[in-house]
Structure formats: C-alpha cells, structure tokens
Design a protein. Sequence first.
Length: 185
Amino acid sequence: MATINTPQARYSTGAIILHWLIAIAVIVNWRLAEAAEGLERPAAAVYMDPHKAIGMIVLVLTVARLAWRYMNPPPPMDPGYAAWERYLAKAVHGIFYFLLLALPLGGWFASSSFGMGIDIFGLFTVPALPVAENPALGKSVFELHHTGGVIMILLVGLHIAGALKHQFLDKNNELGRMIPGLGKR
Ligand code: HEM
Ligand code: HEM
C-alpha cells in the first residue's frame, strides 16, 4: 500500500497530513486565545468562539491520528541519535498526544460546567456533557487548561528547535520525515 511507511523512514502520508493540520490548528488556537486575553465577554467571544470550535476539531483529528498511528506505526528513529535525544523526543511526543486530548476535553468539560455547549462556526452545537452545573469547578478547569496550553506552546518551541537541530546541525534530513519530497533518506 502506498500509504504504509516505506524504508526511506518517512512518516505515512496520513500521519503527515494529520500532523500538519493539527500543528496549524494548535498555533492558530494559541494566537486566538492570546488575542482574547484581557478582553471582556462580547469582545472576547470574537476570538474565543473560533478557539473553542477549532479545539473540538483538534480533538476529532487527534483521535483519528492516534487510530491511524496504531494501524501505521511511525518509522524507527535514527539510531545515530544519543539516547537522551530519543527519550526526550518520545517524551515530548507523548505529552503532545496527552495535551491534544486533555486540552479540548478539559475545555469541553469546563464549558459544560457552566451549562454551555460549544458552537461550531454557527453550523451546529456540540452539546454540554451531562455534568452538574458548577461554575466554580468550570473556572478551575479553565485555569488548568490555561496552564496546559502554555506548557503545550513551550514544548512546541522545544519540538521545533529539536527538528531544526537535527535538520541543520546533524544534517540528517529530519524534516524529510514529515515533509514529503524533502530530500531522500
Ligand atoms: C505546532 C504544533 C505541533 C505539534 C502539536 C506537533 C506534534 C508532533 C508529534 C505528536 C509528533 C510525533 C509523531 C508520532 O510519532 O506519532 C511530531 C513529529 C514531528 N514533527 Fe511535529 N508538531 C508540531 C509542529 C511541528 C513543526 C512546526 C515542525 C517543523 C519545524 C515539526 C516537525 C516534526 C518532525 C520532523 C517530526 C518527526 C519526528 C521524528 O519522529 O523523527 N512539527 N510532531
Ligand atoms: C487542542 C485544543 C486547544 C488548545 C491547543 C488550546 C490552547 C489554549 C491556550 C494556549 C490557552 C491560553 C492562552 C493564553 O496564554 O492566554 C487557552 C485558553 C483558553 N481556552 Fe483553549 N485550547 C484548546 C481547546 C479549547 C476548547 C475546546 C475550549 C472550550 C470549549 C477552550 C477554551 C479556552 C478558554 C475559555 C481559555 C481561557 C482560559 C483562561 O485563561 O482562564 N480551549 N487555550
């Protein structure tokens, strides 16, 4: 099958498409949440409504990505990397998957604690989870979400630095694993 990982050690096409869709969505969501900071309710909603909708789309994409990953295991990492680099990369990837599920699920739970569903670009509403209304709990979960979101963005910085180090200092075409056609491996 053309989409199965090949010996050139590139990720499968499905994994690459999902990686880049989710990467763009996460960065857009971060900028939207930053833009809303310090604004009061009606003005903040201009940024936070799409933030919430994009977050729910990331949840769906991440479930699809994990199912895809189960069926199409990633290519082995370059054995030339130091053990600490391999562990660090694996740990960061694991935390990414955790946060890609926990951030939207937490946001959904917190909204539900305020009795609110999530409007998806005026097309339909994802209903509130069947939890008791508890605004104090919702507020605490949003605070945790904020912290988790900041950790995610810091780790994205580390992830990009790692990718660029392997690409340009180790010169092993690391980016070719996630960008089709970028050199041969
Ligand atoms: C902004 C949000 C991003 C997220 C959430 C993210 C997440 C991930 C995750 C979870 C993996 C592991 C894939 C797996 O094994 O299942 C991965 C791999 C990778 N990412 Fe990202 N990524 C992001 C942005 C980027 C950017 C901007 C670059 C390029 C500079 C990049 C380059 C790579 C590369 C080269 C790999 C392959 C790593 C390897 O196995 O050798 N990523 N990414
Ligand atoms: C993967 C998906 C998501 C990511 C990456 C993400 C990321 C973030 C980040 C980085 C912040 C903090 C921004 C700052 O420093 O000002 C934030 C705040 C926030 N997010 Fe999300 N988010 C996601 C999904 C959601 C969902 C689904 C909801 C609601 C249903 C939501 C609701 C909120 C709210 C209300 C805040 C403000 C919280 C506060 O500052 O107390 N997010 N998000």
